[in-house]
Ligand binder design. Structure first.
Ligand code: MN3
Length: 228
């Protein structure tokens, strides 16, 4: 039941159509030029992160499915929702493919980030006190995630906003997630996401990242999550 619910929730997301085509998952194109997020994220980091790291999740997922580690007919959403029932290779690479696809869509050039909807702004004020307090709590959670992983703003099963983190390439839609929910935004705190610009200064990266968060998309996701 929980699994079916997670699949239904995710299907509202814009890239839910990222199913296998001709039996293979493929790397989605970036929704902007590689240098569009400068100076927050430099072009070289974007090219490595998308063209090498994300590509390797796609390739390894295809390889694992080819080796019979998961059924060939499942969508990415379905693989993620049932991640705990598959091998670690499927879990990590399906998660990596889902998370990075979501991550690219979560960002926009600094002058094209739009605005938070009134509904989302009000919910953030209610839960966190203010937008600034929300951002500080999100940055703290991201800084506290030991090693590699992701920090998320989700709508939980009470329809409430909540900040959560996941290790490695897990996400809140997985059956193995400690805190389940529908992601509205997520930031990648793996060093490969920021090391060229920020070295080991993850806190500086988390602080700068707000300049490229696409609030139009995040607000659309919030409305869709509440409508489910
Ligand atoms: Mn990454």
């Amino acid at each position: 039941m929980k699994q079916a619910l997670a699949i239904a929730t995710l299907s509202a997301l814009p890239f839910a159509a990222l199913a296998q085509s001709e039996g293979e998952f493929t790397l989605p194109e970036l929704p902007y030029a590689a240098d569009a997020l400068e100076p927050v994220i430099d072009a070289e980091t974007m090219e490595l992160h998308h063209g090498r790291h994300h590509q390797s999740y796609v390739d390894n997922l295809n390889e694992a499915i080819g080796d019979g580690e998961a059924p060939e007919n499942l969508s990415l959403d379905e693989l993620v929702a049932a991640a705990g029932t598959f091998t670690d290779k499927v879990r990590n690479n399906a998660g990596g493919h889902w998370n990075h696809s979501f991550f690219w869509e979560t960002m926009a050039a600094p002058d094209e980030t739009g605005e938070m909807s009134a509904e989302l702004a009000e919910a953030i004020d209610t839960v966190f006190g203010s937008e600034d307090e929300f951002k500080a709590a999100f940055e703290e959670a991201g800084a506290d995630r030991f090693g590699s992983g992701w920090v998320w703003l989700i709508v939980n099963d009470q329809d409430q906003l909540q900040i959560t983190t996941t290790p490695n390439q897990d996400n809140p839609l997985m059956d193995v997630a400690e805190t389940a929910g529908t992601p509205l935004l997520g930031n990648d705190v793996w060093e490969h996401a920021y090391y060229l610009n920020y070295n080991n200064r993850r806190a500086d990266y988390l602080d700068a990242w707000w300049d490229v968060v696409n609030w139009d998309i995040v607000s659309e996701r919030y409305a869709a999550a509440l409508a489910d």
